[in-house]
Design a protein around this ligand. Structure first.
Ligand SMILES: [Zn+2]
Length: 207
């Protein structure tokens, strides 16, 4: 791959002018969803009309970083056993982790499920199982305390969560509950936690 610099020449197809020569320059680039711009991005500009006609791969991380700077809040009011399960899973991955690891752990799971619709479809069952397992004792008046799980996530993570919501038809809170159920099943319940090597790597990067 080639690294481009300001002032470099290239060729690209312009919507207006067809195949044209271009010059690399810094411009503000609108996001794909139209919600804002990434400032000062190196792009190929059409020499005839001055429009941005191509974005070199080296500019992609900067555009993504600008896009992810706008954070999305998610809030869920959960029986405290759910956050306790997240914290116990974190403890099992690495005893030095704190409650800060709730977000990376949840997002890692949401990302995995969002990428696999077949896997996501199993979440409805997981939601019902988890609810039965975790909320059973509430009927006899135990474990009714709730805790607020409040996280700022990136628009990219938010899109993953929306994807799982769309596949499962569960609301966001119930997706989070079912995800914690999967975490329980993988990490807390078994004698030997599943995917421990990867999770320890995630912990090393996230903390
Ligand atoms: Zn043009």
């Amino acid at each position: 791959m080639k690294i481009y610099r300001e002032g470099d020449k290239s060729k690209a197809v312009c919507e207006r002018d067809g195949l044209t020569t271009t010059t690399f320059a810094l411009r503000d680039v609108p996001f794909d969803d139209g919600k804002g711009v990434a400032p000062n991005i190196l792009v190929a500009v059409c020499d005839k009309c001055g429009e941005v006609v191509a974005t070199p791969p080296q500019s992609t991380p900067a555009i993504k970083a600008a896009y992810d700077r706008a954070s999305v809040s998610i809030e869920a009011n959960l029986p405290s056993i759910y956050t306790d399960a997240l914290d116990l899973a974190a403890y099992r991955i690495d005893p030095s982790l704190t409650t800060e690891f709730r977000k990376p752990l949840l997002m890692y799971y949401i990302n995995r499920y969002a990428a696999d619709p077949d896997l996501s479809r199993q979440l409805v069952e997981s939601f019902l199982e988890t609810k039965a397992l975790f909320e059973e004792t509430q009927k006899i008046g135990r474990g009714s305390a709730k805790r607020r799980l409040s996280m700022k996530i990136t628009p990219t993570m938010s899109r993953d969560l929306e994807a799982v919501v769309a596949i499962t038809a569960l609301n966001k809170t119930d997706v989070i509950k079912s995800m914690i159920g999967c975490i329980h099943k993988d990490i807390i319940a078994p004698d030997r936690p599943k995917g421990l090597k990867t999770l320890r790597m995630l912990a090393a990067i996230a903390s």
